[in-house]
Design a protein around this ligand. Structure first.
Ligand code: GLN
Length: 465
């Protein structure tokens, strides 16, 4: 499978030009799949050749909740209608400085709230492996862009699984870095203590190449940290002697094909000298309720800024509160409204002790449990999702069912640890399956090394390759 370095080599040898690669990516944009909200081909074309960096001439797609100066940011919502950010997110600046070409802004569940990319004002995105199924979410557009070759790599955001879950549904590698590893400046906030910008790529090497560029302290984001950025492209270190824990709680009620595929990954790793002590994470049953309370609470506060005055959509009314009511009622879809209502409730004086404060206490228990487990073993191996991609519409009216598909991913957000999803194989009905690895804070290099070495033993062929 081609890596970004292979494309750069073809450029250097004169066998391919960045213009040709951009043209070929754009020709693969399929309107029926609806991966993009805005295509910025002209911007990409104009940037060709102006910078000679680490990813010169490589088309990159960006989830449409990350700001690109001069290009509309919609967050998949009507409420930001007409909003054009006057600045770029730090990650976008860093990518452009290294010669990356921004090919477009990708579709998402409104404000990144969802697991299927069905909740977008701009229509749903379809899974290219089976158009009757969802691509996952909320970074579904980014995953589909990469899976179809319309972009070589893409940025997403991951609050409870939104990078890893669509990567797993589309046969890709999706990395959620450690909280603070990557600047959030210019990412539209959903739940600030959980949000992290992540990367969706076709292989571990590509993800490593992009992470080297976007990771590191940013003075514009006080939650970004000064911990050294490692060489995430140096992925060939031996796995001999590494310990990977298999938490039994993450293997309950899992689709049979998924179980088989993840066990196969375990066997591959066993053959190269990895051992698998058993570990237990008993608080995992509280991950989803805790995630829901904390993320809704933070969302209700973060989304208060969309009042019709500061950004985008505005409806006139008889007084200010009437204007706000009309604007927010028309601007948000129902899932976002539901979360704002529940989030405001759990923060209200009568409920804060019963809900929000309890959730914070349980969050620290969950965090401690991950820390204790990761003191004993180096990594944790689990499925990324309980089942492969589900049918469009199947879970649309059942928010709890949608949330339960994140029950294996949201723990890493609550604990702030890094996690990656990578292809484990295909299901009987030909849908991609992902395995997930979680690690200690700032060990993105270790996670990507394992994925890279599994890729060498069990290569995953993308659509059309
Ligand atoms: N699916 C989860 C939710 O609906 C996670 C979303 C995300 O990671 N942005 O909240």
């Amino acid at each position: 499978m081609m890596t970004i370095n292979d494309y750069l080599k073809l450029f250097d040898e004169g066998k391919l030009t960045p213009e040709e690669l951009l043209e070929s990516c754009c020709s693969k944009i399929d309107p029926d799949l609806n991966a993009f909200i805005t295509v910025t081909k002209e911007r990409a074309r104009n940037a060709i050749g102006s910078v000679d960096g680490k990813i010169r001439g490589i088309p990159v797609a960006v989830k449409d909740n990350i700001n690109v100066k001069g290009v509309p940011t919609t967050c998949g919502s009507k409420i930001l209608k007409g909003f054009i950010p006057p600045y770029s997110a730090t990650v976008v600046e860093r990518i452009e400085k290294e010669g990356g070409l921004l090919i477009g802004k990708t579709n998402l569940d409104e404000f990144a709230m969802g697991s299927s990319t069905e909740n977008s004002h701009f229509g749903l995105t379809k899974n290219p492996f089976d158009r009757e199924r969802v691509p996952g979410g909320s970074s579904g557009g980014s995953a589909v862009a990469v899976a179809t070759g319309s972009a070589i790599i893409a940025l997403g955001s991951d609050t409870g699984g939104s990078v890893r879950q669509p990567a797993s549904f589309c046969g890709l590698v999706g990395l959620k870095p450690t909280y603070g590893r990557v600047s959030r400046y210019g990412l539209v906030a959903f739940a600030s203590s959980l949000d992290q910008i992540g990367i969706i790529g076709r292989n571990a090497m590509d993800v490593g190449i992009l992470l080297v560029i976007i990771a590191g302290k940013d003075p514009l984001d006080s939650t970004s940290v000064t911990v050294d950025v490692q060489d995430y492209t140096d992925l060939d270190g031996s796995l001999e002697g590494i310990k990977i824990g298999i938490p039994e709680e993450y293997f309950i009620d899992i689709d049979e094909d998924v179980l088989e595929a993840v066990i196969e990954i375990k066997e591959i790793l066993q053959d190269v000298g990895v051992s698998f002590p058993s570990v237990s994470l008993p608080t995992s049953e509280f991950v989803i309720p805790t995630y829901q309370i904390i993320s809704y609470a933070e969302a209700s506060s973060n989304l208060a800024r969309y009042d019709g005055v500061r950004y985008g959509l505005y409806h006139s009314g008889v007084n200010f509160s009437d204007e706000i009511r009309k604007t927010r009622n028309d601007g948000f879809l129902s899932e976002v409204k539901r979360r704002i209502l529940v989030g405001s409730f759990v923060l209200s004086s009568q409920a804060i002790g019963e809900y929000y404060e309890k959730a914070l206490t349980i969050r620290s228990l969950i965090k401690k449990e991950f820390k204790d487990a990761l003191d004993k073993v180096d990594y944790l191996l689990t499925p990324t999702t309980p089942s492969p991609a589900f049918k469009i519409g199947e879970r649309f009216d059942d928010p709890l069912k949608v949330h339960l598909s994140d029950r294996l991913t949201a723990g890493a957000n609550l604990a702030g640890i890094p996690a990656v999803s990578a292809p484990a194989g295909m299901s009987r009905n030909n849908l991609p399956i992902g395995y997930q690895l979680m690690g200690r804070p700032f060990d993105e290099k270790g996670l990507l090394s394992i994925v890279h070495q599994v890729e060498k033993i069990k290569p995953f062929e993308l659509l059309g390759e």
